[in-house]
Ligand binder design. Structure first.
Ligand SMILES: [Fe+2]
Length: 242
C-alpha cells in the first residue's frame, strides 16, 4: 500500500510533546515515509494552556517544510492542530477555520483523555451545526467513549468523522483501548486510521503494522479505505488563488 495520508502526527519540532529538535523531526519524517506515508498533517496540541499564535504556528510549518527539503526528505506536510475540546469554547471562529487540516479539511478535535464531568461533546455539536467538519481524535483512548460509545455515535450521525490511532489497534495503549477500537470499527463509527506519532522510536508511525494486524483480526475491514482513500478525500484541493 502506498500514497498514505496521515491526518494526525506531532511532527513540528520543539512545539509540544513531539520532536524535541530538528534532528528528531527529520527522523520522524523519515519513519513516516518508511511506514508508507506520503502526506502528513502536522497536528501539534492546541489547548487552553498551549495556544501558539497562528503566525508563529504557520512559520513553524514553513520552517519544517524547508528543513525536510534541505535534508532531501520527500514528504508533503499539511497544516493543522489537535484541538482540545475545552479550548474550542473560547476560540475565535477565524482561528478554528485556520486550524482545519490542510486548510480545507476537518478540524481535529481531542476529547478529554482523563476524567470528564457531564457531556463534553457539546462544543463539537456546535461546530457541526455551524457547518465545520470535524475529525474526532482517537475515540478508543477516551474513557468517556470507552464507557459510552453512543456519545461518538451521536457525533458521527451528525456528520463527524472519527480517527483510530494505529498503535491502539496493536495494543500500545492497553487492552481497553484495543477492545474499544475494534468495537467502534464493528459499529461502523470509524473511517480514518492515523499514526498520532510523536517520536521516531518511542511513539513511532505504526500504521503498516496496524493494518497487517487488522487484516487478521477483521478481514472484512477495508484498510486501504481507512488509511489511504478516506484521509485523502477529507482534504479537498485548495481553490486556485484568483
Ligand atoms: Fe495527538
Amino acid at each position: 500500500m502506498s500514497g498514505r495520508t496521515d491526518l494526525h502526527c506531532h511532527l513540528l519540532p520543539a512545539l509540544d510533546d513531539g520532536p524535541v529538535d530538528d534532528a528528531h523531526a527529520v527522523a520522524l519524517a523519515r519513519a513516516l515515509i518508511a511506514d508508507g506515508v506520503t502526506t502528513v498533517a502536522a497536528t501539534p496540541h492546541r489547548t487552553t494552556r498551549l495556544a501558539t499564535p497562528l503566525p508563529d504556528l504557520f512559520a513553524r510549518l514553513d520552517y519544517l517544510r524547508a528543513l525536510l527539503a534541505v535534508n532531501d526528505v520527500q514528504l508533503d506536510v499539511l497544516s493543522g492542530s489537535e484541538v482540545a475540546v475545552d479550548a474550542l469554547i473560547d476560540m475565535d471562529p477565524a482561528e478554528i477555520q485556520a486550524l482545519r487540516l490542510g486548510g480545507t479539511g476537518p478540524l481535529l478535535v481531542e476529547l478529554p483523555l482523563g476524567e470528564a464531568f457531564g457531556d463534553p461533546t457539546w462544543p463539537i455539536h456546535q461546530l457541526l451545526d455551524a457547518g465545520t467538519p470535524v475529525l474526532i481524535a482517537h475515540p478508543e483512548r477516551i474513557p468517556l467513549i470507552q464507557q459510552d460509545p453512543t456519545l461518538l455515535q451521536a457525533l458521527v450521525e451528525r456528520g463527524a468523522h472519527a480517527q483510530l490511532t494505529s498503535g491502539a489497534l496493536i495494543g500500545r495503549y492497553g487492552r481497553t483501548a484495543q477492545t474499544c477500537a475494534l468495537g467502534l470499527l464493528d459499529a461502523g463509527l470509524i473511517d480514518v486510521i492515523a499514526s498520532d506519532a510523536h517520536h521516531h522510536e518511542r511513539r513511532p508511525p505504526e500504521t503498516s503494522a496496524a493494518l497487517d494486524w487488522l487484516a487478521t483480526a477483521r478481514p472484512n475491514v477495508d484498510g486501504a479505505a481507512l488509511a489511504v482513500h478516506t484521509p485523502a478525500v477529507l482534504i479537498p484541493p485548495q481553490a486556485p488563488v484568483a
